[in-house]
Design a protein around this ligand. Structure first.
Ligand SMILES: Nc1ncnc2c1ncn2[C@@H]1O[C@H](COP(=O)(O)OP(=O)(O)OP(=O)(O)O)[C@@H](O)[C@H]1O
Length: 629
């Protein structure tokens, strides 16, 4: 197979180039550092202050050109590239050329041996779905280029060895030490997780990015980009790759220390950790709640205690809150921030707007806290306090980490943030208001949020030039689950890229029988694929204990209350599973009593069933929720 021989030879050449680069890099660094030492010695020996000053200036200037800043270590030895793009350019000086595309640029002397996938002006045709022989028009470094695409192949290199070549028409694969033509479909991210026994989000899917995802990733460099799409369409993946692209494309504009990724909860934050480390390096990835506390500290509000209890949490997340707060700030002057918050909540117009009947208890509570200078706040209070503290600052004030300061913010699962929370995030970005917002209104699961909140903020951002990208293809779930999800949510999704999977219903007569069935299913799944992760999902937190008891002793059962992404079995309630995924999902008794005909319940059921990458088992002893039958 000629193509295999060619590619093996090419890879050998790249390995040699990697070694040359490493040697050259260390040599250049050593030379630079030796000269630094020489200058330091000269400065030490210098007698006159004039001479000392000159040498200090020279040292500073020399420091600016440290090769450590631009000659980065090449870290992709095991799998240096994943794509080959061939062009035949009309410009005879360029002519026929092949680019290798990988996760990091590799220089071989003055020649670029591997192009970073984020160099979109070159890699665009690789991602944008060009056919072989199709004409292209590109602008590379301001120069118009025209020609035809001659090659667009994917390769897999594992532990430095070529294992697969995928051309638009053929797949060559190394199996059992022999190369075969017409190999199988490429490994799914679910299979990768099972093989590596790590069920956090896979670090980079740069090799797999689809044309619509590439467009969203490289979309308009400034302003707000909203990534919409069904569960498993790659919203979070695209958002992380997008920030990675922005920081690569314009490092002076998107500085890692001035970018942040805000996730829905700690489970999701831990789930994306591996991926965000690879793609974003030192960028902070945190929950909204954790960030809001640090933002308040940056605004000078310290010594707060937080509490999860708040009987009025829902009212405080009302979409009417931003207007109330704006009125209050206009009519009152600044006092100590926490006292300011209680005073705001005591206002007659606040109480009468938030409560249709009597808000007496609410008002009395706010008055008591005002008098007592209370420092214990619920997370709903925290977001009001943060917005209040932002609004109290003169327009245009920059406060690092809190106000008019971030170069870019990624917000995941934004549909479940209140309008006030979203406003605190928007206000924290620099005036360019550069944000990537992932949202799917069919996954809004917080019953206490009124849905106008999210749409009102989107409408406001729309008037400021928001761009929407809709991801239409589902990658996570098999076709059978995509179909069931469409039945539950009432939304059709493109399942053309979906693999085959399993949806099975198991009806029993009693909860005891259901528990026994769950155990039987879990044991079979763990035994069949020890590297897999099975999610046992229930609606009520109270069921977790009973399920743990029923599964006691099953191999790989994660301890109760501890979320882990290692292989085994995780019992978890439906509100904690947003954004994450499991090889298999077993849904415990999704009855019509637990999942009623309300939007949040329907959405919660949709979220639960779309967590499965391979199979979904529904075990029930009560009538099933609508949509499942
Ligand atoms: N182009 C692609 N090819 C193959 N797999 C992909 C692609 N894009 C994303 N994936 C995989 O699909 C899965 C779902 O991606 P992701 O979690 O980003 O989707 P999402 O839209 O954020 O889902 P949810 O709405 O449930 O949070 C992940 O395992 C991801 O690695």
């Amino acid at each position: 197979m000629e193509i295999v021989e060619q590619e093996v030879t090419r890879l050998d050449g790249i390995h040699e180039a990697i070694e040359r680069y490493a040697v050259d890099r260390l040599r250049t660094i050593a030379k630079h550092e030796a000269y630094t030492k020489e200058l330091e010695q000269e400065r030490l020996n210098a007698v006159g202050w004039h001479e000392k000053n000159d040498l200090t200036e020279k040292l500073v200037e020399h420091g600016h050109h440290s090769p450590r800043k631009y000659l980065h270590e090449f870290t992709q030895q095991a799998s240096p590239y994943f794509g080959i793009l061939g062009i035949h350019d009309n410009d005879k000086r360029i002519g026929k050329k092949e680019y290798l595309i990988g996760n990091q640029t590799l220089m071989d002397g003055q020649r670029v041996a591997i192009v970073d996938w984020r160099k979109a002006e070159i890699t665009g045709p690789f991602y944008e779905g060009y056919d072989i022989g199709e004409e292209y028009e590109l602008t590379i470094r301001g120069v118009e280029r025209e020609g035809v695409i001659t090659r667009r192949d994917k390769v897999a290199i594992s532990r430095k060895a070529l294992t697969r070549i995928e051309t638009p028409s053929e797949v060559y694969e190394l199996r059992g030490g022999e190369w075969h033509k017409n190999g199988s479909a490429c490994e799914s991210t679910a299979d990768t997780k099972e093989r590596t026994e790590d069920h956090r989000m896979v670090d980079s899917i740069a090799a797999l990015i689809s044309p619509e995802q590439f467009r969203a990733i490289t979309k308009q460099r400034e302003g707000v980009v909203v990534i919409n799409g069904a569960a498993g369409a790659g919203k979070t993946t695209v958002a992380l790759h997008r920030l990675s692209f922005l920081m690569f494309d314009a490092p002076e504009k998107y500085r890692p220390e001035r970018c942040i990724v805000l996730m829905f909860n700690r489970v999701l934050r831990d789930y994306v950790k591996q991926s965000s480390d690879t793609l974003l390096g030192p960028v902070r990835v945190d929950t909204y709640s954790a960030w809001s506390l640090t933002a308040l500290a940056a605004l000078g509000v310290h010594s707060l205690k937080t509490s999860f209890d708040d009987p009025f949490g829902a009212q405080k997340k009302s979409s009417l809150m931003p207007a109330l707060l704006a009125k209050y700030v206009k009519e009152t002057s600044k006092i100590e921030p926490v006292t300011d918050l209680w005073r705001f909540l005591m206002q007659e117009y606040v109480v009468s707007t938030l409560f249709q009947d009597s808000g007496e208890t609410f008002r009395r509570e706010a008055e008591r806290k005002f008098e007592a200078k209370e420092r214990v706040l619920s997370f709903s209070d925290i977001s009001i306090l943060l917005r209040l503290a932002q609004l109290r600052r003169p327009a245009g004030t920059v406060v690092l980490g809190a106000l008019n300061a971030y170069d870019h913010i990624v917000v995941d699962e934004a549909q479940d943030l209140s309008s006030l929370e979203l406003r605190t995030i928007v206000a924290a970005t620099s005036p360019a208001r550069s944000l990537t917002i992932c949202a799917d209104e069919k996954q809004q699961i917080l019953s206490f949020l009124d849905s106008q909140g999210f749409s009102s903020v989107m409408a406001q951002l729309h008037s400021q030039g928001l761009e929407k990208e809709n991801l239409t293809v589902s990658y996570r779930c098999p076709k059978e689950i995509v179909d069931l999800a469409a039945q539950v949510s009432g939304r059709k999704v493109d399942a053309s890229r979906a693999h085959a999977g399993v949806v099975e219903f198991h009806a029993t007569k009693t909860s005891t029988e259901s528990m026994a069935k769950m155990r039987q299913l879990v044991e079979a799944l763990v035994q069949a694929a020890p590297g897999s992760l099975t999610g046992v999902i229930c609606k009520k937190k109270a069921d977790i204990k009973a399920l743990h008891a029923a599964l006691a002793g099953v191999r790989g059962l994660h301890p109760e209350g501890e979320i882990s992404f290692s292989p085994g079995v995780q019992v978890i309630h439906a509100h904690a599973i947003k954004g994450v995924e499991f090889s298999h999902v077993i849904l415990y008794n999704p009855s019509s009593y637990d999942y009623r005909q309300t939007d949040p319940d329907r959405n919660l059921l949709y979220v639960a069933i779309t967590r499965a990458c391979k199979s979904l088992h529904i075990v029930h002893h009560q009538p099933l929720a609508k949509g499942l039958v």
